[in-house]
Design a protein around this ligand. Sequence first.
Ligand code: ASP
Length: 481
Amino acid sequence: MKIFQKKKSFLKDNLLTILTVVGVFGGVILGISLRSSTDPWSKRHIMYLEFPGKIFLRMLKMLIVPLLVSSVVSAVGSLDLSLSKKIAFRSIGYYAVTTVLAVTLGIILVVTIRPGAGLSEKFGNETSQVQSVRNVLTQDTLMDLIRNLFPPNLIQATFAQYQTVLVAPPKDDSDPEKEIPLTDYTITNRYENTTNVLGLVVFAIILGVALGMMKEKGKTLLNFFQSTSEAMMVITRWVIWFSPVGVFFLVAAQVLETKSFAGLVEKLGLYFMTVLIGLLVHCFITLSILYFLVTRKLPFKVLGGLSQVLVTAFGTASSSATMPLTIQTLDDMGIDPRVTRFVIPVGSTINMDGTALYEAVAAIFIAQFRKVPYSFGQLIAVSITATFASIGAAGIPQAGLVTMVMVLDTVGLPSSDISYILAVDWLLDRFRTTINVIGDSLGSCIVDSLSKNELSKMDDIDRLNADPHELVEIAKADSHV
Ligand code: ASP
C-alpha cells in the first residue's frame, strides 16, 4: 500500500518532467515516421508542424528581458556592496575556471581522437557555401563584444545589438581577379535584430549597486524590481506547462528537416562523438568534482532535481529561454534567491562551457580534414578565441555556430567552412545547451555554499535593524552572562 502511495506521489511530483521527456521522444518518433512518407515535406508544411513549438518558445522569450533585468537589479541591490562584490567575484571566477577547463578538455580530445583525419575524400568536392556568414576580422568581433557591454540606448538594447560590417571596395578594373584583404574593406555597422543581453546585464548590475548604496532612498525602486521578478516567476510556472507540447513539435520538425542520417554518421559521426564525450566528461567529472570539493556532496541529487530544466534546455536549445525555469527550480531547491538571481541570468549570458568546448573541437576538426596544419601556438589561440566566442554567443539556438567564425579565423579557415558541420549542429546544440545550463546551475549551488555564512550574517543584521527590540534583548542576555 505504502509503495503504491509512494509511486503515486512520485508521479504527481514529476508529472511535468515525465510528460516533457515523453514529448521529446514522441517528437523524434513523429519526425522519423513523417520522414518515411513518400511526399517530401515542403518548408511551409514543416513551418505548420513546428508552429505550436515556436509559440512555446515565444512565450518563454517574452519573459527574458523583464526577468533578466529585474532579477539582477534585485539580487545586487539587496546585498551590501562588499557582499555583492564577493558574490560577483566568486561567480566570475567559477565561470572563468570552468570555461577554460572545458576548452582544454575539448582540445585534448580532438587532438587525440583526430575525428577529422582521413575524411577529406569523403567530403569530396562538397563546397557548399554559407552566404549569410559575416566577413569580419577577429578584432572586430571582440570589439563589438566590448561595445555591446555599453549600449548607448537602453530601449534599443532590448531588441538590437551593434555589429561591425565590412563592405568590399569596388574591384580593380585592371586586375579583377585580385583578392582584396579584409583590412582594406570599408568599415560600417548595423544594428542586428537580437536583444543585447550583455548590455542589459551590465546596466542592471550598475543600477543594482546604485540602489544598494542609496539605502532607504532606493527602497521603492528596489521593491519594484523585486516584485517584477516575483511576478515573472509566477508567469513562468504557467508557461512551463506548455513544455511537453512545445518540445514535441520543435523536435518533430527538426528531425523531419534533417537530410540523410546514414551519410551524416559516416562523415560526422566521430566528430559528434568527440563533442559528446567532452560534454559528458565535463559534466560528470570536471563539474561534479568541483561541486564535491566545495559542497562536500555528490551532485546527483541536484541534477535529478533539475530534470525538468534539463529536458527544457534540450527541447528548446536555448539557455536564455530556459532561464526562468532554472531560477525557479533552484529557488525551490533552497538556493538563496540573491545568489540564483545573479548567477543564473549572468551565467546564461556569458557562461557557456558546452559551447566553448564545442567551438574548439569543431574548429580543429575542420582543420584536420582540410589538412590545414596547426601549431601548438595556434591551439592556444583557439582556446582563447573559443572562450571569447562562447562569451559572445547569445543563449539562443545555434548561436555558437555564428561566433565560431572567429575561432576558424585563428586556424586560417574561411567562415564558409561552418557548412561542413551544419548538418549535425541542431542536435549538438541541444546537448551543449543542456551542459551550459548544468554549468550555471551547479555554479549557483557552489557560490551559494561559499557565501552561506556571509548571507546569514546579513540576514541577522537585517532582522535586527527591522526589530531593534531584539537587539535590546540580546544586549540584556549578554549583560546577564
Ligand atoms: N544554444 C546555446 C545556448 O543557448 C548556444 C550555442 O552554443 O549555440 O546555450
